[in-house]
Design a protein around this ligand. Structure first.
Ligand code: AMP
Length: 182
């Protein structure tokens, strides 16, 4: 069973995924981490520019990751799907395999918090304008994904990410427990 984790930058997706990945029923798949681990020069170049890698290429990698996982595990997909084309592919994949998307966890924080968290990282590309643009793109793509899966009758679980890490974690754990119990 697949759980898709979405949220704007700074929402704490990586932190929560780190905490979840030791859970016995959980398999965590991060698209970005998987791509980095490939260590493929061409892919690294695309990633360094911040561009998205080719859909067919990534879908194939995701298939290889998902194929060996038994459906009784809860697969947390982090950073995938990123837009409608990938979401559509994932639904097709589920139709052809024993997997099913059972929940979309939307880790939500106010835009001002996202802005503050990104600005405090102090990266050279974190100018006000760049942060604003990035947040706009994310918000749009998250809404696209949430709408796509809501339309496919997948449960959308909105989790308030503007709370202490462990409170957010307990909330996500409850959701995982619920989907695992079926
Ligand atoms: P992240 O670790 O999520 O920040 O992703 C790092 C980089 O990996 C992105 O800037 C993209 O180049 C690539 N990437 C991650 N996820 C995807 C995806 N779903 N589709 C295409 N490219 C992706």
């Amino acid at each position: 069973m697949i759980v898709i984790l979405v949220g704007p930058p700074g929402a704490g997706k990586s932190k929560q995924s780190e905490l979840l990945k030791d859970h016995e029923h959980v398999v965590w798949i991060s698209a970005g981490k998987t791509l980095r681990e490939l260590n493929d020069p061409k892919t690294n170049e695309i990633m360094a520019k911040g561009d998205l890698v080719d859909d067919d290429f990534l879908n194939k990698i995701m298939k290889e990751k998902l194929d060996p996982i038994t459906p009784n595990k809860v697969v947390i997909l982090d950073g995938f799907p990123r837009h409608k084309t990938q979401a559509y592919w994932l639904m097709q994949y589920c139709n052809e395999s024993k997997q099913q998307v059972v929940s979309v966890i939307h880790l939500l924080i106010p835009e001002s918090v996202s802005f503050q968290r990104l600005a405090s990282r102090g990266r050279p590309d974190d100018t006000k304008k760049a942060i604003k643009d990035r947040l706009e793109i994310y918000t749009k793509s998250i809404l696209e994904i949430v709408e796509f899966f809501a339309h496919a009758n997948v449960k959308i679980d909105v989790v308030d990410g503007d709370r202490p890490v462990m409170d957010v974690f307990n909330n996500i754990e409850e959701i995982i427990h619920r989907v695992h119990q079926g």
